[in-house]
Design a protein around this ligand. Sequence first.
Ligand code: DOR
Ligand code: ZN
Length: 332
Amino acid sequence: MHEILLDAPLDMHLHLRDGAMLEFVAPLSARDFAGAVIMPNLVPPVDTLERLHRYRAAVATATAGHRFAPYHTLFFRAYNEAELLAARPFIIGVKLYPEGVTTNSAAGVSDIAAAAETFGLLERLGIPLLVHGESHGFVLDREAEFLAVYDWLARSFPHLMIVMEHITTAAAVDLLDRHTNLFATITLHHLIITLDDLAGGLLNPHLFCKPIAKRPADRDALLAAALNGHPKVMFGSDSAPHPRDKKEAAGCAAGVFSAPVAVPLLVDLFAQHNALDRLPAFLSQNAQRIYGIQPPIKQLRIRAESWQVPLQYGEVVPFMAGRTIDWRVVTP
Ligand code: DOR
Ligand code: ZN
């Protein structure tokens, strides 16, 4: 029987929500991953030490019994040095959302240049800046328009570690190689789908997310970077659960729920491209090196065995619902 072993898979961009949704989805990530970067876009956002500690406790409870390290983040605002020093031992970075660009980002930043003082503080304190990089322009151009902001940030704060979250364009992949302090995460769905899968035929709301999936040439550039184990690129699912009635609705919420299928689908994708030897870089080693983290020791055994993705996990429709996947996680 064909099996492969994966050491410490890491999801460097994950939405776990709070309350009942957190309790339901967190174990699905904690089962297949050794750690994950937990995004802070709750309402209200995680932007005080008190909320951070409360959220850390809730995530710890929801993932109890699993070998799983939650790497927490603070929601970006104009923090002072004392606040950042107090939070630093408990966070892996600060997550910046431009105001209003996606789910729960109403408290995001409206004028990025005006936040220079905080960027300088993060740089001096060695705290990474994680960015949802989209402008308020035409939806297909939002990431491309934001690349100038990344360029400005990388040049103005050369010692600030900047992660371009969930990149979706070939131009973003190109930008990575122009600044030593720029890194990126790529989702599973952006390695597979294009705008056609979402809206080219019958509308599929379960593939609607921000940033929106782009052109085949963009998808191919992302895929090439992942399959080559590009040293500045990490896997980040951006798994973002919304209840089915919020997705199959006028005013569909943005987000693809991929957590329970991410590892087997990545194995399948890399196997199809004869690139399984590059998967550990994309799924674990690059992130460990870039962030300087040592996740818990955890080895996943994945077997060449078909299974059908459930149509729903609780109230949430997963990525590839109902489809057959040829690889199955058999441990832990
Ligand atoms: O599609 C998305 N959903 N993109 C994001 O940036 C946020 C996420 C969510 O929290 O639902
Ligand atoms: Zn996200």
